[in-house]
Write a protein that binds this ligand. Structure first.
Ligand code: PHE
Length: 504
């Protein structure tokens, strides 16, 4: 087995690279790729192996590349203004009125005047006064100028500025002042330098080996040494498919609740007002039900089929539930309750679950889109995701609800959680969970929570306390991804989607 040795073995590609580097000592990665006939990625990988083994040093340098800009390219083809001017005069062979020359050359007045001055200075033309105005008279024949030679060179292919002569550098300094003549671009180059000579025997020995159990046994006994791999070394960026960050976040929300023993329930986006509002003891004249806040569907009736439940909801709204509460004291309308809405909160889903499972204990959540008639800005969307949960327990309480919410939010990585008193028509007491953002240095309000009022639970025949909460997920996602504008989450700007780490 010639591929195995007790010394650090070389991969065939490493040998190839080393034999080239032994000739050049220092070279650019690109040149090493060219000379070895391997791809740049392959060569990068091999240099990385050799670097870990201590044979080469890898240094990134930047260099300035110079190229001809659009004006510069024109000059490379047709000459500088003074050359074009002198050529025009010489081609006439006699004195030319400056006025007609300016027209012929179609130069801007100031550029023309400057060109006349320089062509005179170079001894190519002379200016004479005549009755008909100023005349240009040909003198010596224009010769190519160093600046034109340089621009021709730059127009052919970009040049590393450090390789220019000092005369050329001085010219670049002058030409760069004219717009469009020279374009500068910085480029990073990776250089590889041989820092340790491999011994000849090592370069000769060895060939590729397939790892088998017997080799592994020899590795275990110390007879054979495997080369090490640095898994933290840089690799080329691959533009592979990736889950959208928001989808990743929603998945981690789901997984956190599932890991806490919750079950997911779902329901339609279009709901009756009955399940969205009435079943939640929200009076029919409540501001949240107005068109400015809620999207209604015209001419679509969502019938409520459980007549007995309808009767009890009507009663609790109109007169209360013999609990000392007297209800909202108005005439409840079934027609209003059967108007269809795009659900404004996922509480419509959990309350319906509760009605269908009134005698059971429960620990369920619902995650999905809700819709509100909002203007879009950095912190508002009119369509967003909500996470909603209910827990029905014999000893359910506000204290236990705080425990559930803290565990959930901490499971999502938010370390500091607090609760503030709040109000909702369907919970009593109510509170608003908040998380602390270290980055913003402030508390962020998430939504609502509380213990359902008897006016909600009793008409459904639910005897045990029901703890409930619901909040929007996009604002939380902003914190999670360290983003600033809620609209960014759905703009699908590829650079953002790519740069957000898969596991923040
Ligand atoms: N439905 C409320 C909202 O959308 C949140 C909430 C849910 C409040 C459950 C209390 C109980 O803001």
């Amino acid at each position: 087995m010639s591929g195995l040795s007790t010394q650090t073995p070389f991969h065939p590609l490493e040998k190839k690279a080393l034999s080239i580097l032994l000739k050049h000592k220092t070279m650019e990665l690109g040149d090493l790729a060219k000379e070895s006939g391997e791809s740049i990625d392959q060569v990068r990988r091999v240099t990385e192996w050799l670097r870990t083994k201590g044979y080469v040093a890898v240094e990134t340098k930047s260099r300035v590349l110079l190229a001809a800009g659009p004006e510069g390219a024109f000059v490379a083809r047709s000459g500088l203004p003074e050359t074009r001017l002198a050529r025009a005069v010489h081609s006439r062979g006699s004195a030319v009125p400056l006025e007609s020359l300016a027209r012929e050359l179609q130069m801007q007045r100031s550029a023309f005047n400057a060109a006349v001055g320089r062509a005179r200075g170079l001894g190519w033309i002379e200016i004479r006064k005549s009755d008909a105005g100023l005349l240009a008279v040909p003198l010596s024949v224009p010769a190519p100028l160093p600046a034109e030679d340089l621009l021709r060179k730059l127009a052919e292919s970009p040049v590393d500025s450090s390789l220019l002569s000092s005369e050329e550098k001085a010219l670049v300094g002058l030409l760069s002042k004219r717009p469009g003549y020279i374009i500068e671009r910085e480029e990073k180059v990776v250089g590889v330098r041989l820092v340790k000579r491999p011994d000849a025997a090592q370069l000769e020995a060895g060939e590729e080996v397939v790892l088998t159990s017997s080799i592994l046994q020899r590795v275990a006994s110390g007879e054979v040494k495997l080369s090490t791999l640095d898994v933290s070394s840089p690799v080329p960026i691959r533009m592979i498919g990736k889950e959208h960050p928001m989808a990743t976040f929603l998945r981690s929300v789901r997984e956190t609740l599932l890991s806490m023993g919750f079950e997911e329930v779902d329901g339609p986006l279009v709901q009756s007002s009955f399940w969205t509002f009435d079943a939640l003891f929200t009076p029919q004249d409540h501001p949240a039900r107005e068109m400015q806040d809620t999207y209604y569907l015209e001419n679509v009736k969502s019938s409520v089929t459980d007549q007995a439940l309808v009767d009890r909801i009507k009663q609790v709204h109109e007169n209360g539930w013999n609990l000392g509460s007297r209800g909202w004291r108005y005439k409840w309308s079934l027609e209003e309750a059967e108007r269809s809405v795009l659900r404004t909160h996922t509480t419509a889903i959990t309350i319906r679950y509760l009605a269908d499972h009134s005698s059971e204990l429960a620990k369920v959540f619902s995650l999905g889109k809700v819709f509100r008639n909002e203007n879009l800005d950095a912190t508002h969307l009119n369509e967003f995701n909500q996470i909603e949960g209910i827990v029905v327990e014999k000893d359910g309480s506000l204290r236990r609800l705080m425990g559930y919410l803290s565990a959930f939010l901490k499971g999502l990585g938010f370390k500091k959680v607090m609760f503030q008193p709040s109000y909702f028509p369907y919970t009593e007491p109510s509170m608003e969970p908040q998380v602390y953002s270290e980055k913003l240095g402030k508390w962020l309000e998430l939504g609502g929570s509380g213990v359902f009022r008897p006016e909600v639970t009793l008409p459904m025949g639910v005897k045990n306390p029901v703890m409930a909460w619901g909040f929007g997920l996009e604002r939380l996602a902003l914190l999670y991804f360290d983003a600033n504008d809620i609209r960014e989450l759905y703009s699908n700007r590829l650079s953002w989607v790519r740069e957000v780490p898969q596991c923040p």
